[in-house]
Structures are given as C-alpha cells and as structure tokens.
Ligand binder design. Structure first.
Ligand code: NAD
Length: 411
C-alpha cells in the first residue's frame, strides 16, 4: 500500500480518536461501500487488442450522491482509488457539500493513446460503469482527463439512456451544460485562502514571495491570480525542471509554456532543480503537482512560513510533523484545493435545474464564501481543540459524515 493510502487511513483514525467516535464508525468508514472493478477491451488504431483495468469506488453516500473524478494514469491501483474516494467523502463534508466520496479511474498512459483511442477508452469506461446518474454517482475529471474526455463521457451516458442529463457527469465544458468558472476553480480557491492566510499573518502581498511546484491547471491559475494581486512568484517548476527569478512575469510564462510545453528555458530565469525549488526561501509554498513531494528526507530544508496544499497529499505525515515543529502553517489539501468540488456542486445544481448561471462574478463570490467558511471553521476547531489545521479539517468533515450515518440509523 502506498504512503498516500496509509496516510489517509491515519488521518481518519486520528480524527476518530479526537472526536471519541465509536470504533465501529471508524471501521465502517475505513471501507468503501461499493467497489467496481472491470476491464475495457480496446481495439487500438493498429488493429491490436489492449485490455485496460478500470475502477469506480463509492466510498460513502450518507451525505448525498457520491461524486468526483476519473484518474487515467498508467500505474493506477485500486488502493489509490479507494484512498482518494475516502478523502472525497471528508472533503465534501468539510465544505458543506451534500455529497459523498467517489473516485474512479483507468490504468492507462494517455500519452501513448491517439485521440480516437482515448475517446473509445472513455466511452468504454462509461459503458462498463453503467453509471446510475445524477442522484446516485457522478463521475468528474481528475489527472489524465479534460473537458473533452468529460464531454465524451456525458455523450456516451446520454446515448445509452436516450435522454439528456447534464448533471450525470461533472467537469464538462459549458457548451454541453458545464459551469462557468470550472476550469480555474481549484486555483481560485487556493488564491482566496492565500489572501486570507497572508492577511491573518499580516503579510503584505508585495513582500510575499511565492514558490509553486506544478504549472498545470492548478499551479498556473493560482500563479496568475496571485501575481495580479501583487504577490511575487519567485520560482516555479514542472515535471521537466524548475526556474527562479526575483519576480517571474506570469503572463509571459504562461505563453512560454503554451509554446514549449514546459517552464524550462523561460528567458531571463535561472534553471534550478525540483528539489531546490521546494527548498527555496519564501513566504508561501504551493505544492501543486503530485503526492509525497515533501517528506522526511527534505522537510527539514523547506524554508517557508506557509504551505498551501494544491495537490492531494503532497506532504507525508512525517514531513507534516517536522514542518509543524518548525512553526510552518500548513493549509491541508481537503480545504485548500476544494475549489473544484465547490464549483462542481454549482455545475450539478445548474444541470438539475436546467438553468445556467451566466454571471462569473456570482460564481466567484459563492466559491469564495464557501471555501472561506470551511477555512474559518478549520481555524476555530484547531484553536478550540489545540490541534493542527489538518487534524481540525478531518475532525470537521468526519463529524458531519458520522452525524449523517447515525441519523440514518446505519450505526
Ligand atoms: P495538471 O496535469 O494540469 O498539472 C500537473 C503539473 O505538475 C504539470 O505542470 C506537471 O508537469 C507537474 N508535475 C507532474 N509530475 C511532477 C513531478 N514529479 N515533479 C514536478 N512536477 C510535476 O494537473 P492539475 O490539474 O494541475 O493537478 C495538480 C494536482 O492538484 C494533482 O495532485 C491533482 O490531484 C490536484 N488537484 C487538482 C484539481 C483540479 O481541479 N485540477 C483539484 C483538486 C486537486
């Protein structure tokens, strides 16, 4: 089992102890309610057959229909999907979304597929899944998916059912029933929290140095918003390498990445390694790439005041401890990167009502209000119970999920 899966179980058990929950509750929530594992046979463009393993895990639906993304990566495991689904149950609860945790995926390397193969794979996923629709389980996007994959998945679902049902699939483009503001939602949520946490520490944006690992959807969007607000983005990195400068011009960097595919070789910036990136002195560090990048080995060398977790699980539990002992403020993933699930809830609401919000400012205001409420509640719980922000976020989420389970009489 990967350290991410172990860490997720640890967070659940720890929060259960802090809430003094009955052991049966933790035992129940340690296991997903439903697990589907199936195979997708795919005729490749060269005529050969390849078989791909696929999964969908519905962790718990006490608070509402299960929701969240489909991860398409080569080394996907069922354990990883189970851990992500469990995290989603708590994440929805923390930000007061009436939904349970779901996660799915396909073990496939999208870089080795043609566009036609990827389309057939996505359609095969929906056929194998037999999705139950907007009131039961709603697949969204995750690593390896895009607006295009979500549009194919929605189309396949609607072709099977014989009617339109935009609320059955999330993270789709607005032209087929998606929400405005969906694409930048996670970066924007991180931005609102960055403003709140820096204000709480009396940090002024102009003197706040920010380092970001990952310059994809999450990293580039938070970089744009922070830099427009006057924050200095002094280093960024992606899978190909990293760069630093006294203050990076983010709009030029976005153009450079669009043209070259990477932040590397950005004119005027110094090349650094991904390890140096994470160890660059700054006020705010945003890991927005992959899991476990800050761990026992490098946590002692991290020189920041605040960590905002853009990625899921970028810190291992031992890194958490080292950094907390050093006085670093860590805003945990289940609050920090919840912007996308908040806007997904808006997307579902619009689809169910067949009424689409055309005012982006309203979406931003509602996202800001929802994420900052969860942030404030986390601060209050941490203060009242004398625990870390991560523990407080898990306590708040688990408290709501366990209350719903008890009310339903399941335990
Ligand atoms: P993305 O694929 O758009 O971008 C990922 C970025 O990380 C790229 O710049 C890539 O080059 C870089 N990267 C990948 N592996 C790396 C490595 N080993 N070292 C350094 N950089 C690496 O993905 P994204 O949508 O921006 O998601 C980033 C993270 O945020 C993921 O962990 C994802 O699960 C999490 N997340 C995303 C969303 C969302 O709405 N997109 C929501 C919640 C959480």
């Amino acid at each position: 089992m990967s350290s991410f899966c172990e860490a997720t179980k640890l967070h659940l058990q720890n929060a259960g102890k802090l809430l003094k929950l009955e052991p049966e509750m933790i035992e129940f929530l340690s296991r997903p309610m439903r697990v589907l594992e199936f195979q997708i046979p795919l005729r490749m463009d060269d005529g050969k057959l390849q078989i791909f393993s696929a999964y969908r895990v519905c962790h718990n639906d006490a608070l509402g229909p299960t929701k969240d993304g489909t991860r398409i990566i080569a080394n996907l495991t069922l354990d990883e999907v189970k851990a992500l689904a469990m995290t989603m149950t708590i994440k929805h609860a923390v930000v007061d979304i009436p939904a349970g945790g779901g996660k799915g995926g396909i073990a496939a390397d999208t870089h080795k597929l043609s566009e036609r193969e990827l389309e057939r794979l996505c359609r095969g996923f929906i056929r194998g899944l037999s999705p139950k629709g907007a009131w039961v389980d709603i697949p969204g996007a995750d690593i390896g998916t895009s607006y295009q994959t979500q549009a194919w998945m929605l189309d396949e679902y609607e072709q099977i059912m014989g009617f339109h049902s935009p609320a059955a699939i999330n993270d789709k483009p607005a032209i087929v029933g998606g929400s405005l503001g969906g694409e930048e939602a996670t970066g924007r949520g991180l931005f609102y929290i960055a403003l709140a946490v820096s204000k709480g520490k009396a940090l002024i944006s102009q003197s706040c140095r920010v380092v970001i690992q990952g310059f994809g959807n999450v990293g580039s969007n938070v970089a744009k918003l922070l830099s427009n607000e006057g924050f200095k983005i002094i280093a960024v990195g992606d899978i190909c390498g990293a760069i630093s400068a006294p203050s990076l011009d983010i709009s030029k960097l976005v153009n450079h990445v669009e043209q070259t595919g990477s932040v590397v070789d950005f004119p005027g910036a110094k090349a650094i390694s991904n390890q140096e990136l994470l160890e660059t002195e700054c006020e705010i560090l945003i890991p927005a790439a992959v899991e476990n990048v800050i761990n026992e080995e490098n946590a002692g060398r991290v020189k920041t005041k605040i960590i905002l977790e853009g990625a899921n699980g970028p810190l291992t539990p031992s890194a958490d401890k080292i950094l907390l002992d050093k006085g670093v403020t860590i805003i945990p993933d289940i609050v920090a990167n919840s912007g996308s699930i908040i806007v997904c809830q808006f997307e579902r609401t619009q689809g169910l009502c067949d009424m689409y919000w055309d005012d982006l400012d309203t979406i931003h205001e509602r996202l800001e209000a929802r994420i900052l409420k969860a942030y404030e509640e986390m601060l209050n719980t941490a203060d009242e119970m004398g625990i870390s922000l991560r523990e407080a976020a898990w306590v708040n989420g688990l408290h709501k999920v366990s209350a719903a389970i008890r009310m339903r009489g399941w335990i």
